[in-house]
Design a protein around this ligand. Sequence first.
Ligand code: AMP
Length: 283
Amino acid sequence: MKIISSVSEMQIFAEELRRSGKRIGLVPTMGFLHEGHLSLVRRAREISDAVVVSIFVNPAQFAPGEDFERYPRDIERDKSLLQSEGVAVLFTPGSGEMYPQRFSTYIIPEGISSVLEGKFRSTHFRGVATVVGKLFLIVQPHAAVFGQKDAQQSIIIKQMVRDLNFNLQIIVAPIVREQDGLALSSRNVYLSPEERNDAPILFQALQKAEALIHTGETDAAAIIHEVEKTIRGKKTAAIDYVAVNDAESLTEMTTTQTGRPVLISLAVRFGKTRLIDNIIVQQ
Ligand code: AMP
C-alpha cells in the first residue's frame, strides 16, 4: 500500500492510474477505522481496480467547541487495517496541505444543508462539501463510496456532484451495526459504560418506528412521538431531534402516505457524545 501525504503527489499518482486504464474508487474517512469504514472499502474494491482511502480529520467541518481536537486518532492501526484490505493508496494529507495559508474558496450547499444536522451544525456541510470536492479533484475517482450512516451527507454529496458536474459515481453503503444494534462510529469510544449501555435504544426506537409504519401508521408526528418516548426511557439520553423526511429529497413529511421511501433520522446526546442514526423504510 502506497502512503501519500502530498496533494501534488496524489494528483500525479491518480493521473498515472487513470492513464494505465485503472478504475479508481475513493473512500473518504476521518480515520479511527471500524468495520463500517471497512465495509465501504470492500464495496469500493468490488467496483474498482485501485482503492484510495483518505484519512483527514477535516477542521472545516467542526464548529468551535466541537470535538476536533479530541477526535480519536490511531494512524498506525488504520494503516494495518487498510493494508489487509488490499487498499492501493492511503492518502493522509496534513491540514496545511488541504488548507494552505490564504485558503478562501468554499463549496456551500444550500437548501437541504440547513435542515436536520444543518440546524444544529450550521457550517458543517460547507466543510464536508469543500473537503469532499477537493478530494474528488485530487484523487480523480471514477466512484466514491459513502455510508448511509450519514444520510444527509450522502444526499448533499450527490447534489453537489450533479450541480458541479463532477464526473463520478456515488455509492451509498448500508449502516454496519454492533450486535446490539448500535451503529458503529469512531465516536462510540467516548461513551461511558452506562451511556454505552443505553445507546442501543436509538436503533430499537428506529425499529419501532419502522414497525409502526408497516402496521399502517402514516402520521409523522405520531411516529416521532413514539421514537422520542422510547429514547426518553434512557436517562443518559438527550434528544437533539427526531425527524421524518423523504429519503431522497429530504423534504419533511407530515404523512408517510406518499408511497416513497421514508428516512427516519435522529441525533441524540449521551453526555458529551452526540450520536446520529437513521433507518430508511421502504413502503
Ligand atoms: P467518518 O470517518 O465518520 O467521516 O466516516 C467516513 C465514512 O464512513 C462516511 O461515508 C460514513 O457515512 C461512513 N460510516 C461511518 N460509520 C459507518 C457505519 N457504521 N456503517 C457504514 N458506514 C459508516
